[in-house]
Ligand binder design. Structure first.
Ligand code: AKG
Ligand code: FE2
Length: 282
């Protein structure tokens, strides 16, 4: 069955296929103003409420394909610096675990992929983010994925290493899973370590909480805003779709990162990295 994205996106409320209309311009302007304000913009019920069940069913079908990876990380994803005091944010490590369902589980029958590849969707996100160079990721394991979060897990405080993320809430856990962020806590020329330390110590003064519901689309600029996903509790899994976009066409992930996040690599990762497969066998 061919998927028509028009049946899933709430185009009555968000006419993202109507470029050039006043409604489109207003929507893009609203997104840009939210992003300029605190780096976060949300399109509530972007996916029609009456169709979200189909997306949940799709996630349920592939959830067991999630590759679990665990590591200990500081908020910068950098190495420990033993010469600094233990309380320094660079030295504070938290357990991170995630289960990414690789993109090759989302084939032509996938609603998530149909949305990701729908030209009006790509154009809308590009316009909202006000990016010049904006392409779908060419990585067959990572272009569109689902992050499956189970009981007890979340995503500890961190700054993103990419400029923005584009995510779709598909299902919440029974409890927890709130998205918390401290807007612009650091800047390109000042790490504001003491303010970062305050948030890590539990000071919620600068922290905003966002409760996303199934079907909400979120654009988030996380490079300067410290953020986390609070641990989920209950039997129900939290599902979030992650759409990746990059600045150059044809990009794929490095073999090391791909193996860590997805548990395997494809020939394209090795070719691009100019590494022979036999060199990687460990
Ligand atoms: O799962 C989410 O809602 C976002 C997680 C996050 O911050 C990230 O992937 O960088
Ligand atoms: Fe993040």
């Amino acid at each position: 069955m061919r998927i028509d994205v028009r049946d899933y996106v709430d185009l009555q409320r968000y006419p993202i296929d109507q470029v050039g209309t006043a409604a489109y311009a207003e929507l893009v302007a609203a997104m840009r103003s939210q992003l300029a304000g605190d780096g976060c913009a949300v399109v509530r019920s972007f996916i029609r409420t009456d169709r979200i069940g189909e997306l949940v069913a799709e996630a349920d079908r592939v959830a067991s394909k999630g590759h679990c990876s665990f590591n200990e990380t500081n908020v910068y994803f950098t190495q420990d610096k033993p010469e600094l005091p233990e309380s320094h944010p660079l030295r504070r490590f938290y357990e991170r675990s995630n289960a990414f369902v690789p993109a090759d589980n989302f084939g032509p029958e996938s609603i998530l992929r149909a949305v990701y590849e729908w030209p009006p969707f790509v154009a809308f996100v590009k316009a909202a983010l006000n990016e010049d160079k904006f392409f779908r990721y060419a990585d067959p394991l990572a272009d569109v994925i689902i992050n499956v979060v189970e009981e007890g897990n979340g995503f500890p405080w961190h700054f993103d290493t990419n400029n923005y993320t584009v995510t779709l809430a598909i299902q919440n856990g029974e409890e927890g899973g709130e998205f918390e962020y401290s807007p612009n806590l650091r800047s390109s020329d000042d790490e504001h370590y003491s303010a970062v330390g305050d948030v890590l110590d539990g000071d919620e003064g600068s922290v905003k909480t966002l409760c996303l519901e199934a079907g909400d689309l979120q654009l988030f600029k996380g490079r300067y805003s410290l953020h986390r996903v609070k641990p989920v509790s209950g039997q129900k899994k939290r599902y979030v779709g992650i759409f990746s976009f990059v600045e150059e066409p044809g990009m794929v992930g490095s073999p090391e990162r791909t193996r860590q996040l997805y548990g395997r690599v494809l020939p394209i990762h090795l070719e691009r990295a100019d590494v022979r497969a036999d060199e990687l066998i460990d």
